[in-house]
Design a protein around this ligand. Structure first.
Ligand SMILES: *[C@@H]1O[C@H](CO)[C@@H](O)[C@H](O)[C@H]1NC(C)=O
Ligand SMILES: *[C@@H]1O[C@H](CO)[C@@H](O)[C@H](O)[C@H]1NC(C)=O
Ligand SMILES: *[C@@H]1O[C@H](CO)[C@@H](O)[C@H](O)[C@H]1NC(C)=O
Ligand SMILES: *[C@@H]1O[C@H](CO)[C@@H](O)[C@H](O)[C@H]1NC(C)=O
Ligand SMILES: *[C@@H]1O[C@H](CO)[C@@H](O)[C@H](O)[C@H]1NC(C)=O
Ligand SMILES: *[C@@H]1O[C@H](CO)[C@@H](O)[C@H](O)[C@H]1NC(C)=O
Ligand SMILES: *[C@@H]1O[C@H](CO)[C@@H](O)[C@H](O)[C@H]1NC(C)=O
Ligand SMILES: *[C@@H]1O[C@H](CO)[C@@H](O)[C@H](O)[C@H]1NC(C)=O
Length: 887
């Protein structure tokens, strides 16, 4: 027998796309690179497509160039960047969630010395000093770009898109992830998930190869060198059995086994090497000039270096050229591929490191890797491929994929999976935590010597999303514990410094003494418990804190708990994939151990966020007797989170950011309104001029005097447009358009009337005939009935409609008589709009009677109750034309 759910699922088998619309909004993904972004859209009827930008391209440069209030994005911003490099912000992604002393920021300023990055003294945030009146935070700039992405997605989907999965590199820290999340908030995008870009790539790869996977895992290595960084990922694909409501189902799953990275090995650095080489060569010829002090020259050389890099990937030499680089001096420099490679020797040596690192940390041998797949634009550099071939002992490098869009598509699939309303073929994703997270606390137990304890809460490569709890024993007073990154010995010194502050936060727990005193007589204190989760964005969240008393929850309950633990990691994912399977069982598991303990939790209960000021003061008046019998007492405790790694902006700062962005958006809308007003006017002028010259109908319908007048006006407004009109506002432009419309209205009416008249007349006649027929039929039907209450309508009502029909016939006769006498240049008295009115009236009256007939139930006797509503209905319906009233 096929289980019911299986059957339902089989209905949702959908060939290649894997996604079927049920009933929902469009959602999007943004593969947010440092250089480019790609936008995926899933919308009803169009599963997983890449949204095109304004220039109809599939990828958009991540850059915003701001001049006053005018912003340019994408390709347009690149052009502007040559003129105002210091106000054209790019390579922004890597700057989020950092302070000025971060090596990533230092490197950025070394590469682009013309940017003025400062620390805002009040908020401690990093800001670009834009001009004397404005500073922009990184998050504000990123929000502008994400908002643009949303605009492209909305235009492409032709409907509102407000929710997104955004990709981030797997090495992003808690602070960096929170910053991207805040940028989403500023951009008014509902963040569904921050997905690691390597995971998105791996998911996308798996989706289209379900049939290749089996219960025995296949292991792949992905090497991805983008413009900023390099990541190397080992994944395993297999088919796993999941149990939902008692039915076992086989679904594919991708598991991230381990990730290694180099934060600063990417196309950008190669390009910078070329630029610096060109600068050096130029300085040799012109020792008195310092190009590093000239932002425009530096920006131009940077662009030319990009071209050079691309050309040298396919050719052995290139001559870089920039006309008028500085002081009208042209720049020209020949460079060979070999010279380029010599500039980057140390970079090429770093290519193999992530490979070796990921093999080591995953514990997987090279011989167990089935396939190696290359992603990212920079893996097209031939030397990088040869370095990789060496490092991989000759395994063939797979590079036939559409690597550019893999992450955007994988993230779009995830967006559809998460959103309610799409039925998505299940593909489980088990991502791995990058940095171990530890908890450090001071013991309150006098009996032990060791005071400070440091415990790993979530280890490296622990799968997530997952829940964890930790119990602090023997606490009787308020205390605080600290969350920090654990063992980071695997990281290079630079990557470690790039993480910034390794202390993440301090949690202050209060109300312990009161709770302890209140309950200790009733039940034995078991400790203070913290419930954490590493959510789907890899953000650590503290859901709640509670004081546990009593409860005989060791023993049998414990084994039960362990049995449930097996499937815990997936419970959440699976419940999301298929909402109609979802269960919302409350979390009832507890566990205790000697000192402090941490445990995987497995609830599908929706949790609160990590709001620092959770209002958890609850009344503790529940009956102690029953509580003890049914298990432990759990008393919620209040806590406050003090952020240590990167101070999140205050609500005031957020409000000020939103205001800044709103002003710019309003300016954009003004510009759009202005350009459309101008466009409307120009189009109208062109259109009328064209019609007067070429359209026989217009020529015939206008007198030469009228033509002269109109042409004079057209010339006048044309001249105005070239002069005053250049700086005219929307109102002035509209008033010019109105002038023209008034002047040409009569002519336009004549032409339109001649065009429309026959069709409208016929429609009116048809409606009349229909109404007549209806009246005739009702008359026949109720002819034998004498009494009013036996008929659906009164005689007055019928007579009213008959009169309407008669009057309309009279009107038509008069109109037709007039039309026969009209010359082409006469403006008619009877118009098609009048015919429309008459048609509407006829239809309304007929429909009114029809509706009445449908409600009609013949009654042998009149009662006021049945009659009253009818009367009311009649008066309200008919009162608009004041025609008739029934009394
Ligand atoms: C911009 O930031 C700099 C550095 O913090 C500060 O001196 C300046 O006053 C700020 N300007 C504005 C307009 O906020
Ligand atoms: C940290 O991890 C490394 C390997 O990942 C291990 O060799 C080392 O012993 C660990 N250090 C501590 C203090 O646990
Ligand atoms: C708890 O018990 C102690 C003595 O056993 C008593 O003095 C105290 O008042 C009790 N507290 C409460 C809240 O019942
Ligand atoms: C519960 O655990 C305590 C110590 O942790 C132990 O002494 C007791 O025997 C256990 N009870 C059962 C029913 O296992
Ligand atoms: C907490 O809740 C109580 C009662 O539910 C309310 O009176 C109080 O204002 C709340 N406090 C905060 C900070 O929301
Ligand atoms: C809390 O409990 C006390 C008695 O223990 C009671 O007087 C009070 O009304 C309760 N408050 C609420 C909000 O339930
Ligand atoms: C608790 O149990 C005792 C004895 O079983 C009983 O006398 C008392 O009324 C109970 N209290 C409550 C609040 O149920
Ligand atoms: C009016 O309708 C009747 C019945 O449907 C039809 O026989 C007649 O030809 C129609 N007359 C016109 C002028 O359309």
């Amino acid at each position: 027998m096929i289980p019911f759910e299986k059957l339902l699922l089989s209905i949702f088998i959908f060939t290649t796309t894997n996604i079927l619309l049920v009933n929902c909004h469009a959602v999007m993904s943004v593969d947010l690179g440092t250089e480019f972004m790609k936008i995926g859209v899933v919308k009803p009827g169009v599963p997983m497509e890449i949204a095109l930008n304004k220039e109809s391209r599939r990828k958009t440069p991540v850059i915003v160039a701001i001049k006053g209030k005018d912003r340019e994005f994408g390709e347009a911003a690149i052009s502007r960047a040559n003129k105002i490099p210091a106000q054209s912000y790019m390579y922004l992604r890597e700057l989020v969630g950092k302070t000025l002393d971060n090596p990533v920021i230092e490197q950025y300023l070394k590469r682009f010395p013309y940017y003025k990055l400062k620390t805002n003294k009040q908020t401690r945030e990093l800001v670009f000093e834009h001009d004397s009146e404005t500073n922009y935070t990184i998050e504000e700039l990123l929000a502008m770009i994400l908002r643009k992405a949303r605009e492209y997605a909305t235009d492409f989907a032709e409907q509102t898109v407000d929710a997104a999965v955004i990709t981030v590199p797997p090495y992003f820290s808690q602070a960096e992830r929170r910053a991207v999340k805040r940028a989403c908030d500023l951009a008014d995008i509902k963040l569904l998930q921050l997905m690691n870009d390597n995971t998105a790539v791996a998911l996308n790869y798996g989706i289209f190869r379900r049939k290749d996977f089996s219960a025995v895992g296949s292991t792949y290595l992905f090497y991805d060198m983008g413009s900023q960084s390099t990541t190397c990922t080992i994944t395993t694909y297999n088919i796993v059995k999941t149990k939902e409501h008692g039915f076992v189902e086989e679904v594919p799953q991708v598991t991230i086994r381990s990730v290694a990275f180099d934060r600063d090995l990417g196309g950008l650095e190669f390009q910078i090497r070329l630029r610096d080489y060109f600068v050096k060569k130029f300085h040799e010829k012109h020792p008195k000039i310092d190009l590093y002090k000239n932002s425009k020259a530096l920006a131009k050389l940077f662009r030319e270096s990009e071209r050079t890099k691309h050309v040298l990937s396919a050719n052995n030499e290139y001559t870089a050229q920039v006309e008028g680089l500085i002081d009208e001096i042209d720049f020209k420099q020949r460079i060979t591929r070999e010279e380029f490679e010599n500039l980057c020797t140390d970079l090429f040596e770093r290519v193999k490191n992530p490979v070796n690192e990921v093999l080591r940390t995953s514990g997987i041998a090279l011989k167990d890797i089935q396939q190696v797949l290359l992603f990212g634009g920079s893996t097209r550099i031939p030397r990088i491929q040869s370095e990789l071939t060496k490092a991989l002992g000759g395994i063939e490098l797979g590079k036939s994929l559409n690597t550019d869009e893999a992450a955007a598509l994988g993230a779009a699939y995830q967006a559809a999976t998460i959103s309610k309303g799409y039925r998505v073929k299940k593909f489980l994703v088990k991502d791995a935590n990058q940095y171990p997270l530890n908890v450090r606390f001071e013991r309150q137990d006098e009996n032990t010597d060791q005071k400070l304890v440091d415990r790993t809460l979530i280890d490296r490569n622990h799968y997530y999303p997952s829940r964890k709890m930790m119990t602090f024993h023997k606490y009787v007073e308020d205390f605080a514990f600290e969350i920090h990154y654990g063992n980071l010995t695997d990281l290079s010194a630079l990557d470690k410094r790039a993480l910034g502050q390794t202390e993440l936060s301090r949690v202050h727990v209060t109300g312990i003494r009161e709770t302890y005193d209140k309950y200790r007589n009733m039940s034995e204190p078991k400790g203070v418990r913290a419930h954490f989760q590493l959510d789907e964005s890899s953000l650590l969240v503290l859901d709640r804190m509670e004081f546990i008393f009593g409860g005989k929850d060791n023993g049998s309950e414990k084994s039960n708990h362990q049995a449930k633990e097996e499937q815990s990691t997936f419970a959440k994912i699976t419940s999301k994939i298929s909402s109609f399977f979802s269960s919302k069982s409350p979390d009832d598991s507890t566990k205790e151990s000697a000192e402090s303990s941490d445990t995987d939790e497995h609830s599908t209960k929706p949790s609160n966020t990590h709001d620092a000021n959770l209002n958890t003061t609850t009344n503790s008046s529940s009956s102690p007797n029953t509580t003890i019998k049914s298990g432990p007492i759990r008393q919620p405790l209040q806590f406050r989170i003090e952020t240590l790694d990167y101070v999140d902006p205050s609500t005031d700062a957020r409000a000020s950011s939103l205001k800044k962005l709103a002003v710019l958006d309003a300016h954009d809308r003004e510009l759009a309104a202005l350009s459309s007003a101008k466009n409307n006017l120009e189009t109208f002028i062109y259109d009328i001029r064209d019609k007067l010259e070429h359209d026989v109908r217009y020529k015939k319908a206008s007198t030469s005097d009228e033509q002269k007048k109109i042409n004079a006006k057209l010339s006048e407004i044309d001249a105005w447009l070239d002069d005053e009109g250049i700086n005219a506002d929307v109102k002035a432009l509209k008033s010019k358009l109105d002038e023209l419309k008034i002047l040409t209205k009569a002519l336009k009416t004549r032409v339109d009337e001649v065009d429309l008249r026959p069709k409208k007349l016929q429609e009116l006649r048809d409606t009349l005939n229909m109404t007549e027929n209806f009246v005739q039929v009702t008359r026949n039907l109720f002819a034998t009935k004498d009494k009013e209450e036996e008929k659906p309508f009164t005689d007055t009502e019928i007579k009213h409609v008959e009169k309407l029909v008669k009057d309309t016939y009279t009107w038509i006769d008069q109109a037709v008589h007039e039309f026969a006498k009209l010359t082409p240049t006469d403006t008619p008295k009877h118009l098609t709009t009048d015919m429309d009115d008459k048609i509407t009236t006829l239809k309304r009256e007929t429909n009114f009677l029809l509706a009445k007939a449908q409600r009609f139930i013949p009654k042998p006797k009149t009662t006021t109750t049945t009659k009253a509503p009818t009367t009311e209905e009649t008066t309200t319906k008919a009162s608009t034309e004041g025609a008739h009233k029934e009394l």
